[in-house]
Design a protein around this ligand. Structure first.
Ligand code: 13P
Length: 250
């Protein structure tokens, strides 16, 4: 059985002081969670959040990592830097990075390899745009995005990664994929992993849904057989809302 994983993606929100206040409020609200709880914070917030969550069941993540070990890459952070700072998870290939920062499937793969090599757990984002769904390319696209991202990892390494299926049209729009749509596409992703790496690997990988997930729709989504958790944007910015998502089974 896969342990569900609910992760907040704060995106470009919360100063260090605001971040500290948010996790301080969140801690008692999620302390009995059965899911793994993660907050993916702006890198500048890492130290404040790490100090505040020490001894709690909240895990620390960030939203990007560079693929080189070091060097002349102004403005970037290496996997080793993040690891040493106490980061455990890193979101890779979010659609906003693909859309605004030139992220490609090839760089998603390089970042994933660098993250895993440094001992970070990648949360790899895949998902189709509205036109791509309407044109019937959802399955082919998410399969391709997933397999390219994982290329070069060992089967054991793949078992430890997290994939987030985020239909781009559902992000920040209030539009959610239906429970069945989300389950079906996540099933397609898992089947692609099974074809290439076998059933044991496919059964181990945790695949989240992301896109306007909130306290109201979380139960229906989490009741689906293929959905192992959520990557939450807007609803992760307020402790009461995020805790209701985390405690979907309570
Ligand atoms: P929203 O929950 O705000 O739609 O964002 C989803 C997302 O992009 C999480 O990575």
């Amino acid at each position: 059985m896969r342990t569900p994983i609910i992760a907040g993606n704060w995106k470009m929100n919360k100063t260090p002081a605001e971040a500290k206040a948010l996790v301080s409020e969140l801690k008692p609200l999620v302390k009995n969670a059965s899911a793994t709880v993660v907050v993916c914070v702006p890198a500048i917030d890492v130290y404040a959040v790490k100090e505040e969550i020490a001894g709690s069941n909240i895990h620390l993540g960030v939203q990007n990592v560079h693929f080189k070990e070091s060097g002349a890459y102004t403005g970037e952070l290496s996997a080793a830097m993040l690891k040493e700072a106490g980061v455990e998870y890193v979101i890779i290939g979010h659609s906003e990075r693909r859309q605004y920062f030139g992220e490609t499937d090839a760089t998603v793969n390089l970042r994933t390899l660098a993250a895993v090599k440094a001992g970070l757990i990648p949360i790899i984002c895949v998902g189709e745009r509205k036109e791509e769904r309407e044109a019937g390319y959802t399955d082919a696209l998410v399969e391709y995005q997933t397999l390219i991202a994982l290329n070069g990892l060992s089967e054991e390494e793949i078992k430890g990664v997290v994939i987030a299926y985020e239909p781009v049209w559902a992000i920040g729009t209030g539009l959610t994929a239906t429970d069945e749509q989300a389950n079906e596409t996540i099933g397609v992703i898992r089947a692609a992993i099974e074809r290439k790496y076998g059933k044991a690997v496919a059964d181990a990988v945790r695949i989240q849904y992301g896109g306007s997930m909130n306290p109201k729709n979380v139960k229906g989504l989490m009741a689906q057989s293929e959905i192992d958790g959520g990557l939450i944007g807007g609803a992760s910015l307020k402790a009461p809302d995020f805790s209701l998502v985390v405690n979907y089974d309570k």
